[in-house]
Write a protein that binds this ligand. Sequence first.
Ligand SMILES: Cc1ncc(COP(=O)(O)O)c(C=O)c1O
Length: 392
Amino acid sequence: MSNNSGPSTRSIHLHSKADPATGAVVPPIYDNAAFAYKDVDTMLAVALGEKPGNIYSRNTNPTVDLFENKMARLEGAKRATAFSTGMAAIHGTLFALLDPSKRAVSIKDTYGASYLHFTKILPRFGIDCAVCETEETDGILKEIDKGCDLLYLETPTNPTLKIVDIDFLSRYAHKKDAVVIVDNTFGTPVNQNPIEFGADLVIHSATKFINGHSDVLGGLVCGSDEIIKKIFEYREITGASLSAQNAHLLLRSLKTLGLRVERHNKNALKIARFLENQPQVDRVFYPGLSSNTGHEVAKKQMRGFGGVLSFSLKGGYEAIKRFLPSLQYAYMAANLGQVETVVGTPATTSHVELTARERTQAGIPEGLVRYSAGIEDSQDLIDDIMQALQKL
Ligand SMILES: Cc1ncc(COP(=O)(O)O)c(C=O)c1O
């Protein structure tokens, strides 16, 4: 396949050959726990990784392999390893790479459970973590100077859509030989490839845009052979593997990823522009708006600005309680990136594990609406928001 082919062609055709045994256009689901062998020598060679093959589906599975290979190629990586959820991928990656002799630097605006890894979980194991103000680059550089084995970034961030400069921070962190990790869940490989800008590892909650239909939980990390091997070994031992059934659904979802993300991008941008001019709205957070602080960097590293935006209403949390149930074309739910529009507040979705005080410390306004624009017709979504705003 040509390296210049577009995202839709790539997400459809990469590693998509008809099944050699039967010619089936859709690859079979290898929904089995174990693989049988006829002789001990072959089984041993496969177990030792000297011959290709599979032994046990917690370790490797052909359907999962296909999903991993496709995602690795979409992210411009050599290899990927898939997990049962996005958090399992994040947890597995951090624990595979860190120990008490190492220091991690991260930013305040990561997804709630990721943030809690740097503020609660890793410190419990004696791992020194610095959590920096996301948009204060000098502060991040100072913490990297103090020592940095792992730099963990998310861009755009959940839920305030802040942008960090992957290229600039990766170059700086590499001077300390740090491993640079980017959570690309909001970006998707259609809009952004962090490895192109110097990141070493890219993480996804595949539950979001990669799946797109709210019927699968999954996670994934992509990177070099050497680093992914370490993470794969950690996952093999600790067991948070992706199931073959879920890999199959994710493979199906990937075929429409380019098409869906194109529509999510268009809808979110139109809605963000519309909201900027509404008197009931206090602030709109979306990297596609020129008023957004991260817009210039986003233009440099993103091909599209993503399907999620957030905004605060002038009446704060009380206004949100009236506004959200008035929307007709939006599920109030704890998900994003699916074909249906989904809304929520960080207090009940992305940052539910944090206390109100921790949310304030992390810079998350209590009166924020996170709006994941679906692929409905944009005018219907705008009309819907308009009628809900008018009820305030
Ligand atoms: C940016 C980001 N990363 C990671 C996760 C965790 O993914 P999962 O829910 O699949 O564990 C989420 C979940 O919302 C997320 O938004």
